[in-house]
Design a protein around this ligand. Structure first.
Ligand SMILES: C[S@@+](CC[C@H](N)C(=O)[O-])C[C@H]1O[C@@H](n2cnc3c(N)ncnc32)[C@H](O)[C@@H]1O
Length: 221
């Protein structure tokens, strides 16, 4: 979610992300900060029966830890070993009782594929080097029949008027995300573009224009 130098002029490579998840001089979270879980998990998933889940681009692990605490068996994947180390440290400190439901996996999700589909595939603000909508296509293909896809991303807006928003290539619209979901195969449950305020690294207020898409893959029993 946080973009210390916003990636402008960079490819979103492993090196880029490793650099951004470098610990701070005090051994703390560094420039990326430790974001809380997004409110969309509770809003969108509270009524689902927990099963297996993939958190794609888990960063410092807030959403993965939330899911494990809610009973999901979570595979939390990220390209950055630094991020995964931070996430595992946070999980051990915040929720040691759910460590058995968390598996941390270092993987480039632009090329990795899982052995089995998941009951839930979710991603929060992850932006890889492949095109954003192609990335979401990959995630959708890993959802089991009857399972759920929850995409939380940055919304493409023209009203920032400044240079500190998310990079354009990492931004989408709800319509662009849902247009990739074949209506014969998916039921779109949520397609929203909310704006919210949260606290960024350093404690300053950040306004986020988000995209939230939840869809159920048809064909479950
Ligand atoms: C802006 S951060 C968001 C982290 C976390 N989901 C959150 O909301 O705080 C984007 C994350 O995507 C990860 N990422 C980027 N490209 C990736 C890829 N190809 N495969 C796996 N993870 C990737 C980065 O390492 C980073 O942790």
């Amino acid at each position: 979610m946080n973009h210390p130098d916003h990636g402008h002029g960079h490819d979103f490579t492993k090196d880029y992300w490793e650099q951004h998840w470098q610990p701070g001089p005090d051994g703390g979270p560094g420039a990326m900060g430790d974001s809380p879980p997004t409110p969309y998990l509770a809003q969108e998933l509270s009524e689902l029966a927990p099963g297996t889940a993939l958190d794609a681009g888990c960063g410092a692990g807030a959403e993965a830890i939330w899911l494990a605490a809610a009973g999901w068996q979570v595979t939390a994947a990220d390209i950055s070993s630094q991020a995964l180390a931070r996430a595992a440290e946070r999980a051990a400190a915040l929720a040691p009782e759910v460590s058995g439901r968390l598996e941390w996996v270092e993987a480039d999700l632009g090329t990795w594929t899982p052995d089995t589909p998941f009951d839930l595939v979710t991603t929060h603000y992850a932006h890889p080097s492949i095109p954003q909508l192609d990335f979401y296509d990959r995630l959708a293909s890993w959802v089991a029949h009857g399972g759920t896809l929850l995409v939380v991303g940055h919304r493409h807006t023209h009203d920032h008027g400044h240079d500190d928003g998310p990079p354009a290539e990492a931004s989408v619209t709800a319509g662009a995300v849902t247009s990739r979901l074949d209506p014969d195969a998916w039921e779109v449950v949520t397609a929203d573009e909310p704006r919210r305020t949260t606290t960024g690294p350093g404690g300053h207020e950040v306004v986020l224009d988000d995209v939230v898409v939840r869809a159920t893959r048809r064909g479950g029993s």
